[in-house]
Design a binder for this molecule. Structure first.
Ligand SMILES: Nc1ncnc2c1ncn2[C@@H]1O[C@H](COP(=O)(O)OP(=O)(O)OP(=O)(O)O)[C@@H](O)[C@H]1O
Ligand SMILES: [Mg+2]
Length: 266
């Protein structure tokens, strides 16, 4: 089971779109994929037409169980997405209260990692969609994953946000035994705008080693897919956005290896 986290402390840079973009492709390729929404706003949960304000079982149930010293089977927190082979562990609004509650409790940094260990046989891939905030939730995601994907919008404010994210990463990694490979993914690239062209240039000059060689273009069909509640891979299979996410996925798989069953159904 491969666990990838999609994170950036800057909001609105394409984290959720990247999660569902890659997740749809993985399931289309026959890989059993779990998407985890750990953003209290629950954009990914809403994408699949579940309501984070009223959902009963969610990622929050895992944290609550640890706090209450009870056991919850993570398999009971999985929801269908309407796409075969693609499941969702949704977010609930209550996640927003965690930092206040969890600060006092030991072991809260490994809640997701421990839960995923119990789903090992069930999935080939797990993608964790983070909130744009450094807190116990992002710490959990970084502790659980073996690959980090950092979407960065190609505009100047977002570059500043990237610096902040990399600083955070350095701090968090000090607590980890092993290193965490990360890939910076330029998103919402519009070749007609100066901001996109110039900021991509800066990214390429500054972050060569960790920067993905491609880019995700602005593609309004990605927005349409989210309105339809269908992963882009199924909504617009031949689209520019999907084609860019396919390139990204192929490069990531080549870099970090593939699970045994990869390629089934392709
Ligand atoms: N490549 C793209 N082309 C066009 N629109 C995009 C693209 N990527 C994302 N969007 C749109 O931009 C908005 C923000 O994207 P998204 O929700 O994925 O960002 P996010 O980083 O998850 O935001 P947040 O920090 O709020 O969780 C959404 O409306 C999404 O549909
Ligand atoms: Mg999001």
């Amino acid at each position: 089971m491969k666990i990838w986290t999609i994170a950036n402390q800057k909001g609105g840079v394409g984290k959720t779109t990247t999660t569902v973009g890659l997740g749809g492709l993985l399931s289309q390729w026959g890989l059993r994929t779990l998407l985890i929404d750990i953003d209290p706003h629950g954009s990914l949960t809403s994408y699949f037409r579940y309501d984070p304000d009223s959902i009963e079982e969610s990622v929050y149930s895992l944290f609550k169980a640890v706090a209450d010293k009870q056991d919850v089977d993570p398999a009971t927190l999985l929801y269908k997405t309407g796409t075969d082979g693609l499941e969702l562990m949704p977010a609930a609004m209550a996640l927003a209260t965690l930092d206040r509650q969890a600060g006092r409790l030991d072991g809260m940094g490994l809640v997701i990692k421990n839960a995923l260990a119990r789903l090992e046989d069930r999935f080939d891939y797990v993608l964790i969609d983070c909130p744009p905030v450094l807190g116990i939730l992002m710490i959990n995601a970084l502790a659980a994953c073996e690959q980090l994907i950092i979407p960065v919008q190609t505009e100047f404010l977002a570059l500043k946000g990237l610096e902040r994210m990399l600083h955070t990463l350095k701090m968090v990694l000090k607590a980890r035994q092993n290193s965490l490979p990360y890939t910076i993914v330029p998103t919402m690239y519009d070749q007609r705008t100066r901001a996109s062209v110039d900021s991509l240039k800066v990214l390429r000059e500054t972050y060569q080693e960790h920067l993905w060689r491609g880019l995700i273009p602005v593609d309004t069909l990605l927005r349409e897919a989210s309105r339809a509640g269908i992963p882009p891979a199924m909504f617009d299979p031949g689209g520019r956005g999907v084609s860019a996410y396919t390139d990204l996925l192929e490069d990531l798989q080549r870099e970090v290896g593939q699970p045994v069953s990869a390629g089934v159904g392709r």
